[in-house]
Design a protein around this ligand. Structure first.
Ligand code: SF4
Length: 318
């Protein structure tokens, strides 16, 4: 399973990251449960989505200003559409597998296997916004992802069943797929949206999992940090670790790399600074201006940079 660590990564987690996180510690004022006092207490009234705080694809933060102050919607680029579809399929497949375990029970494990083997995404896939070639490429990736994930789920299932002969359904579901996918969280304590959802969360050693299908970027760790802070604010237990899972399609193969990291003081401070800066743009309606180097794939490129669109250029926005 993409969310499940390999043996060597598990060893690294237990022998290195967990002890290291305990040893380093976290400044008390940077724990999410201290959301009611500085520096975590939200300074501005603006409510932001977590991806708006953690996403630094627009280096100046003008994307958040355009969306929140002017209500302008960006145009999702092909990579965003592809990522959304792949996320959805993965969550759907894992939930279907869990459902099959509860439905058929441990006595009927062949039926569970068959359900997992036969899993196919509900057609049609939401491919709007993609060219014909991009849509075909995405369908191919969906197939690769599904076959990868089915094989992993089935092998986990067999492994768990062979180890625990008297296991019941609930435990089997939990050990085979030990994550809660799309865990819903209310980020209101931290000035964030009430409808956040993490890709996945492992409870056994609290760790936020975030799945990406694009190039690794340093600010991706802001996402796991934000969710860790929200979890701490809601449940009052420490969340010290994050893991970003990068899926890369190479030919017919899916290459999976995982970036396990400690949710350190530095990352927590960085997240709070980003939140406060962007919330200020929104609350005080300050246009942060164009970024130095706007990628043509930016969902707001047509607003900020298109020639012949002068009424939407930064200087003329009311
Ligand atoms: S076009 Fe440039 S300034 Fe505008 S939102 Fe995108 S990256 Fe930011």
């Amino acid at each position: 399973m993409m969310y499940f660590l390999a043996d060597d990564e598990r060893k690294q987690l237990l022998r290195y990251y967990l002890p290291k996180a305990r040893e380093l510690g976290v400044a008390e004022e940077l724990r999410g449960w201290n959301w009611h006092q500085p520096p975590l207490e939200p300074v501005y009234g603006a409510v932001l989505a977590l991806y708006e705080v953690a996403g630094k694809y627009c280096p100046s933060g003008r994307d958040v200003f355009l969306r929140r102050v002017h209500g302008i919607k960006g145009e999702p680029n092909p990579a965003m559409i592809q990522g959304a579809v792949l996320h959805e399929i993965l969550a759907d497949l894992l939930v279907s597998a869990k459902r099959a375990i509860y439905l058929h029970g441990t006595e009927n494990y062949r039926a569970i296997c068959e359900t997992v083997e036969k899993y196919a995404p509900a057609a049609p896939l939401p491919l709007t916004g993609l060219s014909e070639a991009e849509a075909a490429d995405l369908c191919r990736k969906v197939e690769i992802l599904c076959s990868f994930e089915k094989a992993r789920v089935l092998s986990r299932l067999q492994e768990v069943l062979s180890r625990y002969p008297y296991i019941g359904e609930d435990s089997l579901a939990n050990l085979t797929i030990p994550v809660v996918v799309e865990q819903k969280l209310n980020g209101a304590f931290l000035g964030l949206s009430g409808n956040l959802s993490t890709d996945a969360f492992i409870f056994s050693e609290p760790m936020i999992l975030d799945l990406k299908f694009g190039e690794p970027r340093d600010f991706h760790r802001l996402g796991t940090t934000g969710y860790a802070l929200v979890m701490e604010a809601l449940y009052e237990f420490p969340v010290n670790l994050g893991c970003i899972i990068y899926g890369e399609f190479r030919g017919d193969r899916l290459i999976v790399k995982r970036d396990i990291h400690i949710i350190s003081d530095e990352l927590r401070q960085w997240f709070i600074e980003e939140r406060d800066e962007k919330a200020r743009f929104v609350a005080e309606e300050i246009d942060p201006g164009l970024a130095d180097d706007c990628p043509a794939t930016c969902p707001f490129y047509h607003v900020c940079c298109a020639e012949g669109n002068p009424e939407l250029l930064p200087s003329s926005i009311p």
